[in-house]
Design a protein around this ligand. Structure first.
Ligand code: GDP
Ligand code: MG
Length: 599
């Protein structure tokens, strides 16, 4: 295929505006799939994606389109994930494209995610084709949505806006024609040294890591020795191919093409998404710019529920291979035994990984309350010697600490006008420092600088409820800033429960720990003896409550015993238990959620 006949594009849309349906129609009309296959919505095939209705991993499909002008074009449709927490993955897909179809539901109009995606596409300098979908619907308001699209960008005129029904196929031909007419062919020189972007990867137990690549310059031929620029790792391209959408081998990949390479490498950390792939003997001197490596922002412990440690380990390893933004290390907790400290992009990412462990591997996991990374300066150490703390258990004793810095993000929240007040109140409650705001269509975008810890817990669901589900949020890490934070230790029955330690802002400590002990009173499974719960900060008990004993079971054994005998039994049990206090607390998910749900 000649380079000028290649088009790389994505479809971007708010959730449920019809992205998958349009992708199916495109694959159907270009003969890529037959009808029955298309019904299965090929682009989202993971079980979790089906249940969340969102697409997690970027994928790509090559379609051949016979155009009205007599030429045949290669249309590489690069799928983008549909959720805000994954704007990183959206960027990845967009970096491999020259154009995007911006899809807007005619019954709903522009939504927060439409605006967020539009901005990402602009940042990536893509050609945007605006498309109004669902014009068949009786409640469609096409003129109103057209007006909204024109307001979004003055380059969108009535002439450029396409109107379709992805469901019944109306207008899809116009979309296919517009793609080659409006989106530029990829540039790039095949005589230049090889320069390719790794925009995704996948692990196959037999073939090793499969890299998804977009070629910028040069050619990849089978058995060429290739090199990853980040770590100078080299390997032979065992097999190359394209997705149609099944993997079809090819002999060569040319500039502008999107395909896969079987690297044969088995260690996931070697293949970094966003890295530049080049030729080992004739390397490029210019790696691809502006592509930031992903950083885990939120950490939590994952522990097996039913002694499934080895199974959990295998499953976590496999998931990490498949998702380079998910990281893990082994850790051991006195209360929970061996487990893993895992790093995520955000809370939704954590939930999706947990759900995949449950659905795809049948494993139940206990998740400790999430935390962010703290940079701690210890007294007497050089200022540049920072202690990076990803687990509250490792937070130094307070008298040793000089100061602590915590990560800050810039949060861009887009919401309908009528929830503006509620959203501003919420952001300020979570220590958001207002920066600016701007209006677009009926939406307003607010920019706040906030401590990441304030949104790492439950902020997202509060945002959704404050806006009746309509607000979206994108965050960008902006650096570490000084923080007045303290570590809270939870002691149950006079023994520290390490897995329940967490770090919070000092100003919130009094109220939050009071609320927490009240929650723990309900969530910690009762024993036959009373158990005091204490929240301790800097060596002082600042909140305390007693979990009442569970008396029923004791009574069962002693049917005919007198009251005093029963009490003696309880006292004895209590005394015994106190000696082995560290081992007797049963930690359930509800116990950890008590911290997560603090507000
Ligand atoms: P996605 O979340 O953007 O991938 O959206 P889907 O493609 O899954 O579509 C969401 C819902 O809208 C589904 O129930 C589709 O059947 C429906 N839908 C998609 N396109 C159209 C359309 O053109 N007309 C109508 N009436 N419904 C549509
Ligand atoms: Mg979809």
């Amino acid at each position: 295929m000649k380079q000028e006949q290649i088009r790389n594009f994505s479809i971007i849309a708010h959730i449920d505006h019809g992205k998958s349906t349009l992708a199916d129609r495109i694959m159907e009309l270009t003969g890529t799939t037959n009808d029955r296959e298309a019904k299965n919505q090929l682009l989202d095939d993971l079980a979790v994606e089906q249940s969340h209705g969102i697409t997690v991993k970027s994928k790509t499909v090559q379609n051949l389109y016979k155009a009205d002008n007599g030429n045949t074009y290669q249309y590489n449709l690069i799928d983008t994930p549909g959720h805000v927490d994954f704007s990183y993955e959206v960027s990845k897909s967009l970096a491999a494209s020259e154009g995007a179809l911006l899809l807007v539901d005619a019954t709903q109009g522009i939504q927060a995610q439409t605006v967020a995606n539009y901005r990402l596409a602009k940042q990536n300098h893509l050609t945007i084709i605006p498309v109004i979908n669902k014009i068949d619907s009786t409640i469609a308001d096409v003129p109103k949505v057209e007006q909204q699209i024109r307001n979004l960008d003055k380059e969108f005129t009535d002439m450029t806006i396409l109107k379709i029904s992805a469901k019944n196929g109306l207008g899809i031909h116009d979309v296919l024609e517009a793609i080659y007419q409006r989106i530029p062919a990829p540039c790039g020189e095949k005589q230049q040294p090889l320069k390719a972007l790794i925009f995704d990867s996948l692990f196959d137990p037999f073939k090793g890591i499969i890299a998804y690549v977009r070629i910028y310059d040069g050619i990849i031929t089978k058995h060429t020795t290739l090199m990853l620029m980040a770590n100078e790792q080299h390997f032979s391209a065992n097999e190359l191919g394209v997705f149609t959408p099944s993997m079809v081998p090819v002999n060569e990949l040319y500039p502008g093409e999107v395909g896969f390479i079987m690297t044969g490498l088995k260690e996931p950390h070697l293949v970094r998404i966003g890295d530049t792939l080049t030729n080992y003997s004739v390397p490029t001197n210019q790696p691809i710019q502006g592509y930031e490596p992903v950083q885990s922002m939120v950490f939590a412990g994952f522990y097996p529920k039913n002694n499934d440690y080895n199974k959990l380990k295998l499953a976590i390893e496999k998931l990490a291979l498949n998702d380079s933004s998910f990281q893990f290390n082994l850790e051991t907790s006195t209360a929970l035994g061996p487990g893993f400290r895992c790093g995520f992009l955000g809370i939704l990412h954590l939930q999706i990984i947990r759900e995949r462990l449950e659905k795809e591997y049948g494993l139940e996991v206990l998740t400790t309350s999430p935390n962010v990374t703290y940079q701690v300066h210890v007294k007497g150490q050089q200022q540049q010697d920072v202690l990076v703390v990803n687990n509250p258990v490792n937070f130094p004793y307070f008298s040793l600490i000089e100061d602590v810095e915590e990560p800050y993000v810039q949060a861009e929240i887009t919401t309908p006008n009528d929830s503006l007040g509620a959203i501003m109140k919420l952001a300020e409650k979570h220590k958001g420092i207002f920066q600016t705001m701007k209006n677009e269509a009926d939406l307003v975008t607010l920019i706040y600088n906030m401590p990441l810890s304030e949104i790492a817990y439950d902020f997202f669901s509060h945002l959704k409820s404050a806006s009746h589900g309509y607000a979206t949020m994108n965050t960008v890490f902006i650096g570490y800033q000084l923080a007045d934070v303290v570590k809270v230790e939870i002691h149950i029955n006079y023994a520290k429960v390490d897995a329940l330690s967490f770090v919070l802002h000092r100003e919130d400590a009094q109220i939050m720990t009071q609320a927490l002990v009240h929650k723990l009173k309900v969530t910690v499974p009762k024993k036959l003896y009373p158990m005091p719960v204490q929240a301790i900060i800097e060596g002082k008990v600042i909140a305390r409550i007693d979990i009442p004993p569970l008396r029923k079971n004791a009574a069962v054994n002693g049917e005919q015993r007198s009251i005093s005998k029963k009490q003696a039994l309880l006292r004895r049990q209590s005394a015994n238990k106190r000696l082995e206090a560290h081992s007797d607390v049963t930690l359930t998910q509800e116990v950890f959620n008590s911290i997560l749900e603090l507000d």
